[in-house]
Design a protein around this ligand. Sequence first.
Ligand code: NAD
Length: 293
Amino acid sequence: MAKVGFVGLGNMGFPMAKNLKNAGHDVLGFDVSDAARSAAQSEDMKVSDQLGAIAADADIVITMLPNGEISKSVASELLSQMPNGSLLIDCSTIDVASAKTVHQMAADAGKLCLDAPVSGGVGGASAGTLTFMVGGSDDAFAKGSDVLDIMGQKAVHCGDGGAGQSAKICNNMLLAISMIGTCEAFAMAEKLGLDQDKLFDVVSTSSGSCWSVNTYCPVPDVGPKSPSDNNYQPGFAASLMNKDLNLAMEAAKDADAQTPLGAHAAALYKAMVDQGHGDLDFSAMINLLGDLK
Ligand code: NAD
């Protein structure tokens, strides 16, 4: 079993670290927040109040942090102290440019590195059913596969450093666009006097079918259970979709990619958050369409 350091014991990180511990790995956690460390300790997680202690003799260090600036500064401190040949896995959702910088820092320090953002949310983190989108070398992926397989149900090796973050923002940009399209279609159906169950019946088995319709329909009591059936409690909060769309727009600009619908989706989710609805599930867009510009 590996010695695993885990940095960032928040909503996602703590349940991920717990699954590694429950699988028998020797896990040592760290978080800047006293409250997060105490909460982890109260559930029998070993924690340290020194970031350096996490790095010292770890085989693998996993980070689950809020943004690229924090990932870079934590990586810089960790990498200078991790043993040679050990592996840093950053599971945070961060910008592609920062992810590539962390890979370069790891290469310069003689350490292996993966960017491995996740899909699946807090429920997937607790259940160990996350999907990892992974960037890095074959050697790094081989070394990280065991722990990724414990924390998730699938890990796709998408390519070199940064490829995991690229896959994540492409997926989430498409999801935002398809959700807004779904909301528009169901909202229009209502105005046309069309029964929404009938529309679901048609679309879910026709060419308009997609995950936003078939699995996560934004209309209450239509389709399988989803956050719309629970007053739009997340699920996947609009504020997190807003974050991911900002990352997508940054990457599109850097890569000179044309994303007119992505830009429009980003503007609509920004308006949703600016109007105070960031804590609602992103499918609550259906109730706000008329108010957002
Ligand atoms: P969170 O705010 O609950 O947890 C982040 C943790 O990092 C906090 O406990 C914070 O104290 C800690 N932290 C901040 N700076 C630190 C530092 N310098 N050193 C050590 N710890 C530090 O956030 P979360 O919901 O767990 O999300 C973590 C990442 O996962 C984010 O990048 C987010 O975009 C991504 N993500 C979240 C979800 C979700 O549903 N919550 C889904 C997919 C991806």
